[in-house]
Design a protein around this ligand. Structure first.
Ligand code: FES
Length: 75
């Protein structure tokens, strides 16, 4: 399914880019052109970005536990 009609970007392309390391709308725009013309796709692209990050991000959340940062390291 096309998420961005103006740039012919599918949900599959967005998921693939996120799985390859993209984490923001700015990266989706830079790499695929998502949201760079009419902008109507931005809400759907953001939702897809969030959903895909939630699927791939749990590993990151476990790698950096909040307890590692003490009040001495926060300026
Ligand atoms: S639908 Fe994505 S910029 Fe128009």
């Amino acid at each position: 399914m096309y998420i961005c009609v103006c740039k012919a970007v599918s949900d599959k392309k967005i998921r693939q880019l996120v799985q390859e390391g993209a984490t923001s709308m700015r990266e989706l725009k830079q790499c695929l052109g998502v949201g760079s013309q009419c902008g109507k796709c931005i809400p759907a692209a953001q939702e897809l970005l969030s959903d895909t990050l939630a699927q791939v991000a749990p590993v990151f959340g476990e790698a950096i536990p909040c307890t590692v940062i003490s009040h001495h390291t926060v300026a």
